[in-house]
Design a binder for this molecule. Sequence first.
Ligand SMILES: NC(=O)C1=CN([C@@H]2O[C@H](COP(=O)(O)OP(=O)(O)OC[C@H]3O[C@@H](n4cnc5c(N)ncnc54)[C@H](O)[C@@H]3O)[C@@H](O)[C@H]2O)C=CC1
Ligand SMILES: O=C(O)[C@@H]1CCC=N1
Length: 267
Amino acid sequence: MKIAVLGAGKMGISFSRSFLKFELIKPENLHLITRRKENIQQLEQQFPGSKVSDFLGVSTVDADLIIVAIKPQDFQFVAENLKFRLNESQMILSIMAGIKIKKIQHLFNHKKVVRAMPNSPTLLGMGITGYTAAKGISFVDLMQIERFLNSTGRSVYLENENLLDGVTALSGSGPAYFYYIVDAMIKAGTEMGIEKNLAELFVKQTMLGAYHLMNTSDKSLEELIKDVASKGGTTEAALQTFEENRLKDSLKKGILAAERRSKDLSE
Ligand SMILES: NC(=O)C1=CN([C@@H]2O[C@H](COP(=O)(O)OP(=O)(O)OC[C@H]3O[C@@H](n4cnc5c(N)ncnc54)[C@H](O)[C@@H]3O)[C@@H](O)[C@H]2O)C=CC1
Ligand SMILES: O=C(O)[C@@H]1CCC=N1
């Protein structure tokens, strides 16, 4: 299997690293395509043995799978300025947020398209990816793609492409929501006079411990909250303030805004 990665940014690089780490491909079967010629040398050092080209200078791509890891906003330019030909048997795997399979097929004039939405923990092999495929893609082809996706974490096939907007809003963007909450907690810690590095330790270990408790417990989230919040105690005081400020509603609204943005990106 030969793979080309169009867009050697954060996600393109973490996918490439996973494939190499789990020996799903040999370095010589990886071809990275970057926007700028100036990046070629650095990428060649990062990926010894792999091929690196710049987008406007590449006239042939000898790959079974081409991963499109550019920003959705750059897609139109890329589709209109492709200097290499896609042959019928090549598979396109797009991880661009929002851009629908139909649009990718149309702009690339190519049928074999799989669309996936990973998230940033793919870098550690701890990501989760939702994916779906154009009609007519064989089960064998899909399983091969899933094998690659699984080297970056877990993956879930979705029959309905529209659900990918929700997956984007939930798990694609999700790590950022988590960091946002962690950041607010750390800032509260420093405001209460706890040194920043200590506040970070308290918060990160709390998140880690709470995550494992949630993941191993038979209790519902409501029950787990009740276990912490003593009647008339400190947690109750915090939760009451969150409720008064409609924090849960606000978080939900934000996630639905991300879903809407994903839907808009294809237009
Ligand atoms: N960052 C994240 O957590 C996630 C990102 N995604 C999707 O992955 C895609 C990439 O995102 P990131 O890696 O975060 O962005 P990034 O900005 O780090 O990477 C995009 C790369 O594409 C390159 N590029 C742009 N035009 C190009 C061209 N004509 N030829 C070759 N390369 C070109 C840019 O130079 C950049 O290196 C986006 O479509 C995004 O929606 C999906 C899930 C999670
Ligand atoms: O924010 C974005 O548009 C991309 C998609 C999911 C995570 N990052």
